[in-house]
Ligand binder design. Structure first.
Ligand SMILES: Nc1nc2c(ncn2[C@@H]2O[C@H](COP(=O)(O)OP(=O)(O)O)[C@@H](O)[C@H]2O)c(=O)[nH]1
Ligand SMILES: [Mg+2]
Length: 491
């Protein structure tokens, strides 16, 4: 679907830069560029023209007659030249490099022009206003990418990946978003959709032509449904990773005072952010710090610790730690390897079980106690409910820290699903994926309870519709508007 108007925007970030790009897309892009752009033939003659002021009349005539023999757009070619203001006697505005892209092999699928000018906000704004004066309209947020989607150049998962690349905070994030842009996630969804359509066609054929085709074997229906359910469940789980990658994963470090929580925070940050002393209770309030852990944006939360005094565990410490665990996506329970676990850890275990939040156990100070440290994790339940094996670390010396980072990464990337699938779903896609899962679960239950096959078709159709909405094959205007509203202008 091609649009009939021409849009323009400054595509580079606001502010001063070496160069900036002003972009035009739509049917009049070349016509507008022709009016404003004067290619440089060669430096010598150009200088002469300007010095003598001779170019004005000559070029004016040719532009006015619409017979511009100075610039002929050649697709995917860059031309060096000048932007001039036709309303002010062709006053020179900037020296630029202009690239013309002819439809359909362009980002938007339309005729597209990119003007690389000098990166002054004055220059870019002036060029943009000249373009707008020639009849282009200021692009809305994400409108270039939206046009690409509407022209069928990108599916909706790819268009959303463009947004993720722009906003990525770590290398891992941009890598995964790039993989989605290349269509890996879309292919995965297409493959599941294909299986479901085959099944639907076969069921419908059996209903419409019972004599010729006959009913499909129930075990075949169940097998395909289960196969698709496994894949969709794996995809749906990646939505959680998508959130971690986009918004960050909050990791609370909890444990008794002096376990080494602040030392661990400092070690992960690579600088002395939190005060470390051997006086228990040094960290009073929770400290939050963002850090890149193997490409995962992690927000570390160092807590005051759960303290045991005068035969009781301090209530304030418990309350603060409980809040930190509740607010965190993952908790690291830090044990002091040099002392046996006690009431503090019992209280922590109780809280973790009650809150049912994911956590792992790390036993610290192995530089002091070596392999004996593991014996100190003498709370079997604490280990049993954790997401992985306990880790032996030394926050002070750095031992085991790579394992600890690996544990966080593994959790954030939903085991290995994100790597296997080449990306993660975003919130919108995740909700649709769950819709497809629910439809297939209903179908499977109906099939297992022996319902006739015509009852299965409607849920199958619902699952296909949900997948189509993920890739954008069937979406409402409202969804499209919402997706692109998150973009910036010029993309
Ligand atoms: N030997 C050794 N000492 C450590 C280690 N981690 C922390 N410490 C020491 O334990 C004490 C308490 O550390 P801190 O990080 O303040 O513990 P927090 O109260 O849990 O925040 C300090 O004296 C640290 O130097 C470690 O891995 N090895
Ligand atoms: Mg501390």
């Amino acid at each position: 679907m091609l649009q009939d108007d021409t849009i323009a925007a400054i595509s580079t970030a606001p502010g001063v830069g070496a160069i900036a790009i002003v972009r035009l897309s739509g049917p009049d892009s070349f016509k507008i560029a022709e009016k404003l752009f004067w290619p440089r033939k060669n430096r010598q003659s150009d200088h002469e023209k300007f010095d003598r002021g001779q170019d004005k009349s000559a070029t004016n005539d040719s532009k006015a007659s619409g017979n511009n023999d100075f610039w002929q757009p050649v697709s995917h070619h860059a031309s060096i030249g000048y932007i001039k203001d036709p309303s002010r006697d062709n006053k020179l505005v900037d020296e630029v490099v202009l690239i013309a892209y002819q439809a359909p092999h362009t980002y938007t699928g339309e005729d597209l022009v990119e003007i690389n000018c000098h990166g002054s906000p004055i220059v870019t704004r002036e060029i943009l206003s000249l373009i707008l004066a020639q009849g282009a309209r200021l692009a809305e947020k994400g409108e270039f990418t939206k046009r690409s989607f509407l022209a069928g150049r990108l599916d909706l998962t790819q268009a959303e990946a463009v947004l993720d690349i722009i906003h990525s905070k770590t290398e891992r994030q941009s890598e995964l978003a790039l993989s989605v842009l290349q269509g890996h996630l879309g292919e995965e969804i297409k493959a599941i959709r294909k299986r479901l359509i085959e099944l639907l066609t076969r069921i419908v054929a059996g209903i419409d032509f019972p004599e010729e085709v006959g009913e499909l074997d129930v075990s075949d229906i169940n097998a395909v449904t289960e196969e698709c359910l496994t894949k969709l469940n794996q995809l749906a789980r990646t939505a959680r990773s998508g959130r971690f990658l986009r918004e960050g994963l909050k990791l609370a470090i909890v444990g008794r005072p002096n376990a080494g929580k602040s030392s661990l925070l400092n070690r992960l940050l690579n600088f002395e952010r939190a005060i470390v002393t051997d006086i228990p209770g040094t960290t009073r309030d929770s400290i939050e710090e963002p850090v890149d852990v193997n490409g995962i944006p992690v927000i570390l939360v160092d807590t005051a610790g759960v303290r045991h005094t005068e035969d009781r565990v301090e209530q304030i410490g418990i309350e603060r730690t409980t809040r930190a665990i509740e607010e965190a996506d993952l908790t690291c329970v830090l044990l002091d390897g040099t002392t046996a676990s006690g009431q503090e850890e019992q209280v922590l275990l109780g809280k973790l079980k009650e809150l049912a939040r994911p956590y792992f156990v790390a036993i610290n100070k192995i530089d002091l106690c070596g392999s004996k440290a593991m014996d100190n994790g003498n709370l079997p339940d604490l280990i049993n409910f954790s997401i992985g094996k306990p880790l032996a670390i030394s926050a002070k010396m750095g031992e085991g820290i790579e394992d600890l980072k690996g544990m966080i990464e593994h959790f954030a990337l939903t085991d290995n699903s994100v790597k296997e699938l080449g990306g993660s779903l975003n919130e919108r896609q995740g909700a649709l994926c769950i819709k497809a899962v629910e439809a297939l679960e209903r179908l499977l239950a109906a099939s297992l309870s022996g319902l006739p096959q015509d009852c299965l078709a409607s849920d199958l159709k619902l699952a296909v519709d949900a997948l189509d909405a993920i890739s954008g094959q069937v979406v409402t205007e409202e969804v499209i508007t919402e997706v692109f509203a998150n973009f910036c202008i010029g993309k």
